[in-house]
Design a protein around this ligand. Structure first.
Ligand code: 4AZ
Length: 844
């Protein structure tokens, strides 16, 4: 305590003006000698020492920074290509061990070194360079160059590299190299290192008539290796381009940023500005994975991460003559134009011009049916990548079918693709029309499209430019949306769906303040929301209450196996263990609803399903071999279908299992043999005893197969939702089947799909004269046009759950008043209401 006191004494002294504290020595008061020394002189010495020390450490710091960091160099690798114009191409240049290759590559290396030495921002940093390949045209040399540059000089180096220019270079031994088109791009250092350490290149040259194949190693029986980086350098003869087609592509699902992936380049070097496509995941066989090069070379690279478990890819390539001209002079009254090599991906670096001229007294219009060009799809930014130009207007991106009219008999269509990334392109028909009557018997849209007169002022933008809905007077059956001014059917008002897009159809039905609006439109006091009682009558007040464990359950709350109840929207199989016993995530229940070939479905191009897109879709055939009903696979031995498909008729005993055969993995009804397809006989049919043929109530049946099916990429079960599963009004669902494509028409050979929406039960009951029971679900569009039809019965109404990407069976195609009629949506068996019955008869 005492010492402490004395220290305090010193600290209490006032500090000197220089800011340095003198008393830091803590001198004992009794040391008179030292105390005597204090005075101005001593102060200066001390100050000098301190300032000196500060200056010294600053200098040392600066020197350390200069030598250690400022000069620390970073590795930069560039890869590029250049064109040699004063030598002819020799076949030997394709063989890296030939003397001709060695001679020419030595010249190129010398030329590159000389070039870099002549540029002050490159010379001090240049390390080494090498040639990796030659191709024809005159001769294209591919090379890489390595630099070591301090970070602060990096920008200058990059600028110098991008501005490099070479013309004619005199080399040793009096040789001369004329070079143009010298380009170089920086390389990802990590990838370059990986390639240096473990990379392999396969060189392949195809000839006319040859189909050259290559694949990932081990394809298809064993997985491709992990941590590989290999490339295939593809070549064709001069004046040819390469057509590359991936016959099978099944890799690890896409992962960002890396995972396993394949890159295709329009070059023999792997540089971003020449990428044609980046591929990962799996593609169904129906997907056209065909790519064209702009020259006679292409490069395919494969990167795999630490797991390599999938079959990989198998590709083949051929050579096709390079098009001298792209486009045509067309003089007929109508015809078709397509992007080059359609439906393959168009080549990069292309320009095509179609000069269309129809008879003088007619005008010309173009209808684009397919349109997939790389680009932002927003013409405002003038289509910086690939585009179609008509009458000075550019079109790009991915577009639904559209029409462009010209008010003369001539038009010019120009297609341009840039040097990287390509898509499937376009198809368009051109037609001539009478200027005074462009759409005989139909309504003419502003764009020149023709639509049925019935579609005018119906509240739907059928013209796609809103011209059919412009200046309409709404009928008494209609309601006018505020923002768009569209006349929508009155049924849409207060149906819980924002049909107008600005909520104006849902405003006047707002519940009073401090109350909650139920999914069925009912208003309840806000305090009743999430109070574990179904006050709405449709469970909507209890279905979205966040995750909470409660003990009292209702029909709309998920019940765990141990009888705990979970107030979370659709907790089953969402990847989170919500029940304490884990019963919401058991593998046996959650191993369903997966689509090995799930890809983005495109917006236009009809309604044909992709192969493997609906792997639970089953086709039920009766004895005569005709598709009669649909069904859904729910396990390896069980199907769900509609009870009305199994009602006896005088001629056929539909309830007899032996009259039925179930087909799995079918896409085209005319192709029911093949690896993907399986068939099974039916052992047992259980139609719901509550099925009523005059109301179609309880329209459900279970079918048991005589033996289990093997699950494949094309055959998978759909998930059966829990009885509490919430399918809200307005949700989009998919209906699929081979049924009639028009009312009273014939079925489709190719599986069809249609995207529809759940319709409010009360509204639906209104338009269908109160024929709905709680076991029915209404889906479609009150405007008509899209619907299930005869032959689709028994098939699935599939719902993609956003939380886990799994697909759930929301309904079974049951009945309707005709097909696709206005105000007559399709009716489906509501699976959630059948959950206990399904469990009872399938054990699932
Ligand atoms: C049928 O006859 C049928 N529009 C199925 C669905 C619909 C109509 C008829 C719905 O199998």
């Amino acid at each position: 305590m005492k010492d402490f006191d004395s220290n305090l004494k010193y600290n209490n002294r006032p500090q000197n003006m220089n800011g340095f504290e003198e008393g830091v020595e803590f001198l004992p008061v009794m040391n008179t000698k030292k105390v005597e020394k204090r005075g101005p002189k001593r102060k200066f010495i001390f100050l000098g020492v301190v300032i000196g020390a500060v200056l010294l450490s600053l200098t040392i710091g600066l020197l350390v920074w200069h030598f250690k960091y400022r000069n620390a160099s970073m590795q930069k690798i560039y890869t590029g290509q250049l064109r040699i114009t004063n030598y002819p191409f020799l076949d030997a240049y394709e063989n890296p061990s030939s003397p001709e290759y060695a001679d020419l590559s030595a010249k190129v290396i010398e030329m590159l070194k000389n070039t870099y030495q002549g540029v002050p921002d490159l010379a001090p940093h240049f390390k080494q360079c090498n040639v990796t390949a030659f191709s024809e045209g005159s001769i294209i040399a591919y090379y890489w160059a390595e630099f070591a540059v301090p970070a602060y000089r990096e920008a200058a180096l990059e600028k110098a590299m991008s501005e490099l220019k070479v013309k004619t270079v005199y080399l040793r031994h009096h040789s001369l190299l004329s070079v143009d088109s010298l380009v170089a791009f920086p390389v990802d250092i990590e990838l370059a290192r990986k390639f240096r350490d473990s990379g392999r290149t396969f060189f392949l040259h195809t000839k006319t008539g040859d189909v050259t194949k290559f694949s990932t190693s081990g394809f298809p029986n064993s997985p491709y290796p992990a941590n590989t980086l290999c490339q295939w350098a593809l070549r064709a003869d001069p004046d040819h381009v390469i057509r590359l087609n991936f016959k099978t592509f099944k890799m690890e699902p896409c992962k960002t940023p890396y995972g396993d992936y394949v890159m295709v380049y329009d070059s023999l070097t792997a540089v971003e500005p020449r990428v044609l496509v980046r591929l990962c995941g799996s593609y169904p066989p129906s997907y056209n994975l065909t790519f064209l090069s702009s020259q006679n070379v292409m490069l395919v690279t494969l990167f795999t991460d630490d797991k390599g478990k999938h079959p990989g890819f198998m590709a083949e390539f051929t050579q096709v003559r390079k098009k001298k001209f792209c486009g045509e002079n067309l003089r007929g009254a109508s015809g078709v134009i397509t992007s080059p090599y359609y439906p393959a991906h168009y080549p990069p670096d292309m320009e095509c011009v179609w000069d269309i001229q129809v008879p003088e007294n007619k005008h010309v219009k173009l209808r684009f049916n397919m349109f997939y060009l790389v680009g932002p799809g927003d013409p405002i930014n003038s289509c910086p990548n690939d585009y179609v130009e008509i009458n000075k207007q550019r079109y790009c991106g991915e577009r639904a079918s559209f029409v462009v009219s010209s008010n003369s008999s001539k038009t010019m269509v120009r297609f341009v693709s840039d040097k990287s990334y390509t898509d499937t392109g376009f198809t368009a028909e051109y037609l001539s029309y009478e200027p005074s009557n462009p759409c005989p018997g139909q309504y003419t849209c502003k764009s020149g499209s023709c639509i049925s007169k019935m579609l005018q002022c119906d509240g739907w933008n059928d013209c796609r430019d809103f011209s059919d809905e412009d200046s309409c007077i709404c009928t008494t059956e209609q309601f006018r949306c505020k923002k768009s001014q569209l006349c929508k059917p009155r049924h849409y008002v207060c149906d819980g769906v924002n049909d107008c897009g600005d909520h104006s159809d849902e405003l006047e039905c707002k519940c009073p303040e401090k109350s909650f609006k139920c999914g069925n439109g009912k208003c309840i006091p806000e305090t009743q929301k999430c109070d574990r009682t179904d006050n709405c009558g449709d469970g909507s007040d209890e279905s979205d209450c966040g995750k909470a464990l409660i003990t009292t359950c209702t029909d709309y709350i998920y019940k765990c196996k141990n009888n705990e109840c979970i107030t979370k929207n659709n907790p089953e199989c969402d990847g989170e263990k919500d029940c304490s016993d884990g019963s919401d995530e058991v593998a046996t229940m959650c191993n369903c609803g997966k689509r090995p070939y799930s890809r983005k479905t495109r917006i236009v191009g009809g309604v044909n399903a992709d192969i493997g897109e609906w792997p639970w879709q089953v086709s039920l055939h009766i004895k005569n071999g005709l598709h009669t009903c649909g069904a859904s696979l729910v396990s390896t031995t069980m199907l769900l279908s509609a009870a009305h498909c199994f009602q006896d008729e005088p001629a056929i005993r539909y309830s007899d299992p032996s009259v039925w055969t179930a087909y799995f993995g079918v896409h085209d009804q005319n192709k029911r043999t093949g690896n993907e397809i399986m068939q099974r006989k039916i052992k047992r049919i259980v139609a719901h005893t509550g099925f009523k043929d005059h109301t179609f109530d309880n329209d459900i049946a279970v079918l048991e197969l005589d033996s289990p099916v093997t699950l494949t990429d094309f055959i998978q079960p759909i998930c059966i939702p829990d009885s509490s599963h919430n399918f809200p009004v307005g949700k989009t669902l998919w209906v699929t089947g081979w049924g009639a494509t028009t009312e009273g028409g014939s079925g489709s050979a190719i599986l069809q799909k249609a995207e529809i929406r759940i319709i409010n039960q009360t509204v639906c009951n209104d338009v269908l004269d109160n024929q709905l029971t709680p076991r029915m679900l209404c889906a479609g569009f009150l405007s008509g046009g899209i619907d299930a039809c005869q032959g689709d019965s028994g098939g699935p109404l599939s719902s993609v759950e956003m939380s886990n990407g799994k697909v759930y069976l929301a309904g079974i195609v049951s009945w309707g008043d005709g097909c696709a009629r206005r105000n007559k949506p399709g009716i489906y068996t509501r699976i959630t209401k059948m959950r206990d019955w399904i469990k009872q008869h399938t054990g699932l």
